[in-house]
Design a protein. Structure first.
Length: 486
């Protein structure tokens, strides 16, 4: 029976004119629905009155496919918030005291660049183009708050670039954040010079020295990444960076990062070089081994590696094109197999490939005087809107469970490897939220009100064909996100 309150002022959500959510990951939809359901705010958008706040939503997940949350949201901002949110806030500031009705405000909001207003536009409107920032230097790319309670504790996060030059077929970052844009070195250093050198640790009068975290989908693709790292180190800052594109890593980068960063994060995605190239990662095994060895020589004690598994589409193994209906010539190890036999052959193939690569990495990643560990995460393939593989099938839930078991057993034989397991049903839930439409609304409400029923509700939604995750989709008809133009 607790109210949903804001962190800053403790004010109930229903007292605001606008409640806006940023949702970068699909699983966040359930938190949004629960937050609204726990407030005296009408849950469904078409039931709200002039007394209810407007509910807005942005973030890469929501903007990619707004159809799933359309029954609950008044205004979607498709694209980058800096390019559209100021216009929406200006509109609300002008109209809040003018006696305008909710509907009239929504009609005006529908004219904001990148805005999708379901009650005005309908389910399949004319194309709505993503809003984008042209000049990254216009907006301060630094986090305003620090806390010891988050993943990046006591770290000032700087978004130094936006976009990605890589062409991974399963990822929508390159499409949604094009073109690659970088913040100027001088702008970054100017903002860093304003930061405090010591902050409270949250434990009495004790203080700690914060770090600077360099953030971006492809941080090493910043044309001056190495210079940024060097100048921050010269100023005495500890630095950390998100996953670095393996093909961009240089000895100079590793030298600078190793002075304050204990973990190097790499994402080869597949254990076999040819399959890496097939999905868009232009990374050779030799270069990957060289990077791991150099990190080891510099004394970095931890390496994290990310892979994608459960790729069961025949096109991945038997074709060099993603075009539906293209001729598929399966390799001998898959020919003649169907159902579970087909899937199990793929799962054993994937697990063996990942383990073989990790074993080769372990041979060269041996930090002097330290027991180097290699963290391995293999995430199930989840088809994302707008990507070339948006309509590809997912592996069955039981199949993903078998893949996880095979990986755990095989990687468990590698002494310094630490495998992180995954959940097959949770991957299917994410697939539903990624690929679904308005028909999912009652199911999502039921999930938030009865979380113990989430697993059977996911299975039921797939079985009833609300989203046919296990087969090819969007070949003959439009997808729910057809109107969103990246």
């Amino acid at each position: 029976n607790q109210k949903v309150l804001t962190l800053e002022t403790g004010k109930p959500l229903e007292e605001f004119d606008l409640v806006a959510f940023t949702v970068p990951f699909e699983l966040g939809y359930l938190n949004v629905i629960k937050a609204l359901d726990d407030c005296p705010i009408q849950l469904y958008a078409d039931e709200r009155t002039d007394e209810d706040p407007l509910i807005a939503m942005g973030g890469i997940a929501a903007a990619a496919n707004p159809a799933v949350m359309a029954p609950f949201v008044d205004i979607f901002l498709l694209g980058e918030g800096e390019a559209s949110l100021p216009s929406l806030l200006d509109l609300l500031a002008k109209r809040r005291n003018d006696g305008y009705t909710r509907l009239s405000i929504l009609e005006e909001a529908a004219q904001v660049p990148g805005a999708y207003v379901p009650i005005i536009h309908g389910e399949q409107p004319s194309p709505i183009r993503y809003a984008r920032v042209e000049d990254m230097d216009e907006f301060p790319p630094c986090s305003a708050w620090l806390t010891s309670e988050t993943e990046f504790d006591n770290t000032f996060l700087f978004e130094i670039s936006r976009g990605c030059p890589c062409g991974c077929r399963f990822c929508m970052i390159r499409l949604s954040q094009k073109p690659l844009r970088a913040v100027a070195v001088d702008r970054i250093l100017e903002l860093v010079d304003r930061l405090p050198r010591e902050i409270s640790s949250g434990r009495g009068e004790e203080t700690v020295q914060p770090k600077v975290g360099l953030v971006g989908a492809a941080v090493a693709s910043h044309p001056d990444f190495e210079e940024i790292c060097r100048k921050l180190r010269e100023k005495g800052w500890g630095i950390t960076a998100s996953a670095i594109e393996i093909d961009k890593v240089t000895d100079g980068m590793l030298d600078l990062l190793s002075e304050s960063q204990k973990t190097l994060t790499l994402a080869p995605e597949r254990g076999i070089e040819a399959e890496r190239y097939r999905l868009g990662k232009q990374i050779s095994d030799d270069h990957l081994l060289q990077v791991a060895q150099r990190a080891s020589e510099l004394g970095m004690p931890r390496l994290k590696m990310y892979f994608v598994g459960g790729l069961v589409a025949p096109e991945f193994y038997g074709s060099d094109t993603d075009r539906p209906g293209a001729e598929v010539n399966l390799p001998d190890w898959l020919k003649g197999l169907e159902g579970e036999d087909y899937h199990d052959a793929i799962f054993h193939h994937e697990a063996e490939a990942v383990a073989n690569l990790v074993e080769r990495i372990a041979e060269v990643f041996q930090p002097k005087g330290k027991t180097g560990t290699i963290g391995v995460t293999c995430s199930p393939f989840i088809p994302k809107p707008h990507t070339p593989w948006a309509g590809w099938p997912m592996a069955p839930e039981n199949g993903l469970k078998r893949l996880d078991k095979i990986l755990k057993k095989r990687l468990g034989k590698i002494p310094r490897a630490r495998y992180r397991t995954f959940s097959g049903w949770e991957a299917h839930l994410q697939g539903l939220l990624s690929q679904g439409d308005q028909r999912l609304a009652p199911t999502l409400v039921e999930m938030t009100r009865n979380p113990e029923k989430i697993r059977p509700l996911v299975r039921e939604a797939i079985k009833e064909g609300i989203v046919d995750l296990l087969n090819r989709r969007w070949v003959d008809g439009p997808s729910p996100w057809e109107f969103v133009k990246l």
